[in-house]
Design a protein around this ligand. Sequence first.
Ligand SMILES: Cc1ncc(C[n+]2csc(CCOP(=O)(O)OP(=O)(O)O)c2C)c(N)n1
Ligand SMILES: [Mg+2]
Length: 731
Amino acid sequence: MAGLIAGAADIFAEKLAAQQLPAPLTNLSIDDAGLSRSDLAQLFESQATSRRLDLEARRLGGEKRGYYSIGSSGHEGNAAMARALRVSDMAFLHYRSGAFLIERSRQAPGSTPIWDMALSFVASSEDPISGGRHKVLGSKPLFIPPQTSTIASHLPKAVGAAYAVSLARRIGLEDRVLPEDAVIFCNFGDASSNHSTAQGAFNTAAWTSFRNIPLPLVFMCEDNGIGISVPTPEGWVAANYANRPGLVYMACDGRDIASAFLGAQEAARCARLRKKPVFLHMRTVRLMGHAGSDVESAYRARAEIDTDADQDPLLHTARRLVQEGGCSLDDVSSIYGRIADQVRGAMENATTRPKLTSAAEVIAPLVPPAKTTPKAPAPADEKDRATAEPQHLSRIISLTLAEEMAAHKEIVVFGEDVGKKGGVYGASVRLQQKFGSGRVFDTLLDEQAILGMAIGLAHNGFLPIPEIQFLAYVHNAEDQIRGEAASLSFFSNGQYTNPMVVRIAGLAYQKGFGGHFHNDNSVSIFRDIPGVIVACPSSAADAARLLRESIRLAREESRVVIFIEPIALYGTKDLHEPGDGLMTAVLDDVKDAAPFGKVALEGNGADLAIVTYGNGAYMSRRCAKNLEQENIRTRIIDLRWLSPLPMEDVLKGVKGAKAVLIVDECRRSGSLSEEIMAKFMEAGLTQPVARLNGEDTFIPLGPAADTVLVSEDGIMDAARALAAANTRTKK
Ligand SMILES: Cc1ncc(C[n+]2csc(CCOP(=O)(O)OP(=O)(O)O)c2C)c(N)n1
Ligand SMILES: [Mg+2]
């Protein structure tokens, strides 16, 4: 035994050798839990394998041949949950779930969990889940999408996935990923249960269940009593969840495999058969500190650390193997020794495997691989008369959504007030009447829940089109896009994707509601998220074209698209004169889509190219007419795509123009005009360039708003100044 503990202290092995097995925690037998001797032996193997992987990861970390490691030691009771669930019960895992993953792999013949995890721990490009990008617990054949390290951020999508299981059944979705009777599983720590993201997910699940909507979901809180160095108040978790309306509370002891398996089975059964969300509270211990670099003795008393070590779940399973499993202590020791050798061999081998070596390789899965067989559109539904008449932007959006929903049965639209009311601006009007409350539904008031719902739905083959009511309100839920939706393809090397089109009403110039929160003019939070596409239409016709292309990008290329709808243009009908109707469109006449990465070029004036989007494009069009009367001939380059910026097309568009004006309605700092300016510099643009932006401020109420926003007067002045400078240079 001594040989196998070299490098990192193996307290389990030491205690086993010293025959220090703990007293039973319960009077349950393995028979009571429905476990056979061979079940017990297999569970022990999974637990022991996970433990040895932790120890080896630490050893390699210490030798600078591996990386920061956060282990599963003390939490190996979660193997019982893996055994109680089916492999197709999608699992969103806490980082201490090594034993769960190993145990689950028994249900997928041919799995090689030790080798796979070893490759992941040493960041080899052969790691089958992340391709060497991150140490994550995940697997495509095991239905385990990889999770990020942000605690609790996987809970909203678990709720969404559970909702997606029952919704797929209700509306008869054909191409679903998960079986009809699947359960969704997620686990997390005791400290994480306090996070607002977790609280939001519990509340969403409870709210859903309270309304008698089936939600086959198990939340498992693995309570080791501490979060890094901060103890969770004794009894807090039970007190908090034992009596929540809509949540079924159960408890078990993860240190004792019989108790853990009983609890796991009961929770799985309740979720699967009663379709109720369950909160399973599993007692665990944390062994070897929080993570590889953590010095636990700095904040925990020695006695406390030792007490936990005495209650090691491996020791409890070992005791059962001896008392009920027909093994001797020597048998247990030799099983453990064999596993230790196997894990060490795998880890050593893994260190010799290749790593990612170029930026191109690293970033490749930010754009997911194209689908091999995009689903064919269904035959078009009967036409809405409204498509034959001129419509303003918000109505065109609802009509385009209707067109797309009729063609693609997997599309679902949801958000705050999108159902009966049809959205606060009517952009989803009449969709619920047409497609039913399964495909168009009101959510509870929680943007994080809405976006988590979108991710979860996407995991079961839906194409979600969530609506965020106002741009200013996406910020408290931003991580669901930034940390979760956008990163999934990256961390799974393109194996998991969550395509969606997030519609967001935003930008300024709104005359109805005033003030900042309904006039938020910054989109910078989306523009730096790797892989995310941002689109913004500036007219009704373009809204149809851009929305079609955004939906295609999500459906066929699995992309995450943010679709910013300028609120101020929602109801705008006229461009130059009252009654000209130039901002409206007849949907039946707009047959095309706006190709991704291509700008809309209007006019070919040689004096000035105006690069703009959204409200800026609207104002620039109006100004172009007036400038023409002053002999300043313009062309307008409507970006359409705000991220990634279609710079190749922009550079083509400005060619031959004597000057360039960037009309960027967003506030200056972090604005896309900064990026355009930088790219103009890099491209060696020779024409004079100027830019207009909103001031770096929040938007005030009433006419004061005009003092801080780009205005038509401002555009006229800047255009004249550029033209005059050109005339002077010519002289
Ligand atoms: C949102 C967020 N904040 C902070 C952290 C840093 N962090 C990582 S683990 C952790 C403690 C989690 O404790 P608990 O939920 O009890 O899980 P345990 O590690 O005990 O299993 C913290 C604060 C994080 N990963 N995510
Ligand atoms: Mg904890």
